[in-house]
Design a protein around this ligand. Sequence first.
Ligand code: MTE
Ligand code: MO
Length: 185
Amino acid sequence: MQRLPPNQHITSDFPVLHFGKVPEFDKGTWDFCVEGLVENPVRLTYDQLLALDRTIVVSDFHCVKGWSRQDNKWEGVRFRDIAELVKPKTNARFATIEADGGYTTSLPLTELMEPDVLFAYALYGKPLEPLHGGPLRLVVPRKYAYKSAKWVRMVVFTEEQELGFWEQRGYSDSADPWKEERYSY
Ligand SMILES: Nc1nc2c(c(=O)[nH]1)N[C@H]1C(S)=C(S)[C@@H](COP(=O)(O)O)O[C@H]1N2
Ligand SMILES: [Mo]
């Protein structure tokens, strides 16, 4: 089976790519909020998040600029487990992911509910380092990596899809690397 999406090349190091500054993590004030069209909005501290069911997913990571990094061992909480906790209302169809520093991205719930979609707080058994999105990042292996928001603080369930940071700047909203959906035009 072909493991590398079209026109991607494998890199064995882990490039660091983001817009803006790496936010500082203060465990005392940090929180993770899930709200919008849900029955049971939650605000979790870092320790409360770590106490939720932990899942390990080994997955590949594809940046829209052309590099792919294989076999990343992420550890965290599945999106679907968070959804189970907050109970999306029947009209919720998307979720907007908001990060420290203002970065956002959005995905259909059908794609976020896949079993390999994680809010990751560890990589190879170590707390996720700030450069790669620590303390918490979304990981969506089946999409270009701009959907994998670093420094996630908030999830808002919505009825309509909101356009994320890169998606407002010409990148594809569907972002499927296998179909090479890189740009929105
Ligand atoms: N908050 C935030 N998350 C982000 C980005 C960003 O600019 N800000 N860039 C995205 C892009 S384009 C890529 S390729 C990956 C890079 O993740 P890495 O730095 O851990 O390799 O983060 C994604 N998540
Ligand atoms: Mo990227």
